[in-house]
Ligand binder design. Structure first.
Ligand SMILES: Nc1ncnc2c1ncn2[C@@H]1O[C@H](COP(=O)(O)OP(=O)(O)OP(=O)(O)O)[C@@H](O)[C@H]1O
Ligand SMILES: [Mg+2]
Length: 309
C-alpha cells in the first residue's frame, strides 16, 4: 500500500494514500493478472442421494484415465466418510485431516496407488470434518490448486447431498458428473442437486451417469425425464454420459481388492466404464492440463464461490 514512506500525508495536488492505493490496484489490473500456469481439468463426481456409486465410478475413471496416459489424481472429498483408499488398494496413515490441520504437506498426504492414479485420501469416521471450517475450506482450496498444477486430471469424489464443501467443490470444478440411479427417489434428489447448482451458477452444466440399471435403455429413459424437468424449471444443460448395469461383480468386490477395470478390463462392466470414460474425455476436450490465469484457476474459483454460499 502507498503512503508508508511519507507517513501517510498527502502532497499538495497529489494523491493521498488511499488514492494511490486505488491507482496501484487499477494499474495492477491493467498490467495484467498473475501469469498463467498449467492446471489440470477438474471433475467433481457428485450425487443427490447417497450410495449411487460415485466412489465406484470415480475410482474406475481414475484408473481408466491413467491408462490413457493422463496424469491422474483422485481426491476423496467425502469429508469425514472417505472410502476411495479401500477401492484403490491402499492404507493411508496420513489423510486430508492432517493436511487441513497443517500437520502434513501435500507430498506427505498424496499416495501412489498400485493401479496408477495418485490418491489424496480422506479421513474416515471423523464427524468434525463432515462440516469443515472456513479455514479448512481455504486450505483445501489452496491444496487443490497446488495439486492441479501437477496433474492432467483431478477427480473430486464428493460426499452425497448439498453440504457446503460439496457444493463449493462442484462450483469450482471444470465439469460436474452427477451419478444417479433410475429410481424416482434418486432422480428427485438428482434434480434437487441440479436446482441448487443452477441457483448458484447461471451457466451450470452437468454430465449424467445413470448407475445400477436393471434393463438396458432404462438409464437413458431416466436421463430424459431428468433433463426435461431440468430444462423446464431451471434451465440447466445436462449431457448424457451413459448407463452402468446393476452388476453383482461390483457388490462382491472385497475390501482391499483392486478395481475391476484394472483386474479384468474385458469384463462387461469394465468395457462399459471405458465407454463412459472416453465420452467424458471427449466432452472435456481430451482432459489435458491447460494454461489458466491464476485468478481463474480452481483455487480462485473455490475461494470466490465461498463468498456467496
Ligand atoms: N453398478 C453397480 N452394481 C452393483 N453394485 C453397485 C454398482 N455401483 C455401486 N454399487 C455398490 O453400491 C454401493 C455404494 O457404492 P459407492 O460407495 O460407490 O456409492 P457412493 O455414491 O460413493 O456412496 P456415498 O454417497 O456413501 O459416498 C457399494 O456397495 C457398491 O459396491
Ligand atoms: Mg462415496
Amino acid at each position: 500500500m502507498g503512503g508508508a514512506a511519507d507517513g501517510g500525508k498527502a502532497k499538495p495536488g497529489g494523491l493521498g494514500p488511499r488514492g494511490r492505493g486505488l491507482f496501484s490496484r487499477l494499474f495492477d489490473g491493467l498490467r495484467g493478472a498473475a501469469p498463467a500456469r498449467r492446471e489440470a481439468a477438474t471433475i467433481a463426481i457428485a450425487s443427490g442421494k447417497g450410495g449411487t456409486g460415485k466412489s465406484f465410478l470415480a475410482s474406475s475413471l481414475a484408473v481408466l484415465l491413467h491408462q490413457k496416459g493422463l496424469r491422474t489424481a483422485i481426491v476423496d472429498c467425502d469429508f469425514g466418510m472417505a472410502c476411495d483408499h479401500l477401492l484403490l488398494g491402499v492404507k493411508p496413515t496420513v489423510t486430508l485431516q492432517h493436511l487441513l490441520a497443517g500437520q502434513a504437506t501435500l507430498d506427505q498426504t498424496l499416495i501412489a496407488t498400485p493401479v496408477g492414479p495418485r490418491l489424496l485420501p480422506g479421513a474416515s469416521g471423523v464427524r468434525r470434518l463432515a462440516t469443515p471450517s472456513d479455514k479448512e475450506l481455504l486450505v483445501f482450496a489452496r491444496e487443490l490448486g497446488a495439486l492441479s498444477a501437477r496433474e492432467d486430471v483431478l477427480l473430486l469424489d464428493c460426499g452425497a447431498g448439498i453440504g457446503s464443501a460439496t457444493v463449493l467443490t462442484m462450483l469450482a470444478a471444470d465439469h460436474v458428473v452427477l451419478v444417479t440411479q433410475p429410481e424416482i427417489a434418486a432422480l428427485v434428489d438428482a434434480y434437487a442437486m441440479v436446482k441448487s447448482l443452477a441457483h448458484l451458477r447461471k451457466d451450470a452444466e452437468c454430465l449424467v451417469v445413470v448407475n445400477r440399471v436393471l434393463q438396458p435403455g432404462r438409464g437413458e429413459l431416466a436421463f430424459q425425464r431428468l433433463t426435461e424437468v431440468a430444462r423446464q424449471h431451471v434451465g440447466v444443460k445436462l449431457h448424457y454420459l451413459g448407463e452402468l448395469p446393476d452388476d453383482v461383480s461390483v457388490m462382491q468386490h472385497r475390501l482391499g481388492q483392486l478395481p475391476l477395470v484394472a483386474t479384468d478390463p474385458q469384463a462387461p462392466m469394465s468395457r462399459t466404464l471405458a465407454t463412459v470414460a472416453e465420452r467424458l474425455r471427449q466432452h472435456g476436450g481430451g482432459l489435458v492440463a491447460r494454461d489458466v490465469a491464476a485468478e481463474a484457476g480452481v483455487e480462485a474459483r473455490f475461494r470466490q464461490h465461498r463468498l456467496f454460499l
